[in-house]
Ligand binder design. Structure first.
Ligand SMILES: NC(=O)c1ccc[n+]([C@@H]2O[C@H](COP(=O)([O-])OP(=O)(O)OC[C@H]3O[C@@H](n4cnc5c(N)ncnc54)[C@H](OP(=O)(O)O)[C@@H]3O)[C@@H](O)[C@H]2O)c1
Length: 325
């Protein structure tokens, strides 16, 4: 081989080796952290990037590959009949996301509302997204807890199941939920009331990265550090008590800064707060038993808060938690 041919051969070899090492490191970047599961969307509605809100389809793509609506209905404290009615009102008015839990004692009512709305309004099951949770006192026998939730809801599968709080046997309970994902009985997994410290120790023990963390968030308790910490991992944040929680809404909805912003846009204080969440990339599940409120809480896409308004609401943070967990 001439010197020239040998030099060309070595150059080509070096280029190939360089390409292979770049590809390998790119692959590692996607998988090594274990916090971002990159999968293809499983339906047609997904936006391109995990965690980014698509305000046109009003959905977010989860790291599980499923899309989830960015606003819905919370059902805490709703009794059976009120819960059925509220779920049906939500679905009749275009809402598709419902949050319940074993602890709310209304999973049957949510299932009933979903089944009736599917039959009466012709909504396909796959357009509806139901979240439920298992409670720490169920973690010792998670399979029984999951089977019970499936039975009570009676809607074929559970779109997302969360662990309601950290507690004894929470890793065991999460791993049981992972098995139900493999069987197709649960689609996506998540956590509730997990903060930076808890997430840091919990996440490395899991096979399936949670798709969502649901925590208390409202203008008086904003979690300004926790929210980006979770979002940077490709995990979607959802807020409970978006309006401050039952018994606390009057002060928040009457806040003079929020009222002034609401007046400027010709919307309600509740809409301003919920829109502020969406613009922070936080999914909202306001609780309501009032059909007018349920409709109002879905109507969040006709106005946009300015940067100054977002900052004015950010300045209302006073670290005021309205519940213990
Ligand atoms: N993971 C957890 O640990 C956890 C804890 C608490 C809650 N959650 C979930 O988060 C959901 C939301 O929390 P939440 O329901 O307790 O509290 P919330 O959404 O902050 O507030 C609910 C209260 O706001 C009122 N409301 C709703 N929309 C309104 C509107 N447009 N204008 C005026 N008032 C309005 C409701 O009254 P009306 O009924 O009259 O509309 C109700 O009194 C719960 O339902 C539950 O699904 C999760």
């Amino acid at each position: 081989m001439s010197f020239r041919k040998a030099a060309t051969f070595i150059t080509v070899l070096l280029v190939i080796m360089l390409c292979l090492s770049v590809c390998a490191s790119a692959h590692n970047e996607n998988t090594a952290s274990g916090t971002r599961t990159l999968t293809e969307p499983k339906d047609e509605k997904g936006v391109e990037e995990v965690g980014l809100f698509d305000l046109e389809s009003k959905t977010v793509l989860l790291n599980s590959g499923y899309t989830m609506p960015v606003m819905g209905l919370g059902t805490y404290a709703l009794d059976h009949d009120t819960c059925v009615d509220s779920v049906k009102t939500l679905l009749a008015n275009g809402g598709r996301l419902i949050d319940t839990a074993y602890m709310y004692r209304n999973e049957e009512a949510v299932g009933e509302g979903v089944r009736e709305a599917m039959a009466e309004y012709g909504i396909p099951r796959e357009d509806i997204f139901v979240i439920t949770k298992i409670y720490p006192n169920q973690f010792h026998d998670p399979e029984a807890a999951i089977d019970m939730a499936l039975e009570k809801l009676d809607i074929g599968y559970i779109d997302m199941m969360l662990l309601h709080h950290p507690g004894t046997n929470d890793v065991k309970a999460y791993k049981a939920m992972e098995k139900y994902v493999e069987q197709g009985k649960i689609h996506s997994l998540g956590l509730s009331n997990w903060y930076i410290e808890e997430l840091t120790s919990f996440l490395p023990q899991l096979t399936i990265t949670p798709a969502l963390v649901q925590n208390e968030i409202h203008p008086y308790y904003q979690e300004q550090e926790v929210v980006p910490f979770i979002q940077e991992k490709g995990i979607v944040v959802q807020c409970w008590y978006p309006l401050g929680g039952r018994g606390y809404t009057a002060e928040l909805l009457g806040d003079e800064i929020i009222c002034a912003i609401a007046e400027a846009h010709g919307v309600s204080s509740a809409q301003v707060i919920l829109r502020w969440d969406l613009q922070r990339g936080v999914v909202v599940i306001p609780g309501s038993s009032n059909p007018d409120h349920i409709r109002e809480n879905l109507d969040l896409f006709v106005f946009e808060l300015t940067e100054e308004e977002m900052e004015a609401i950010a300045a209302l943070d006073r670290g005021e938690k309205h519940d213990w967990y």
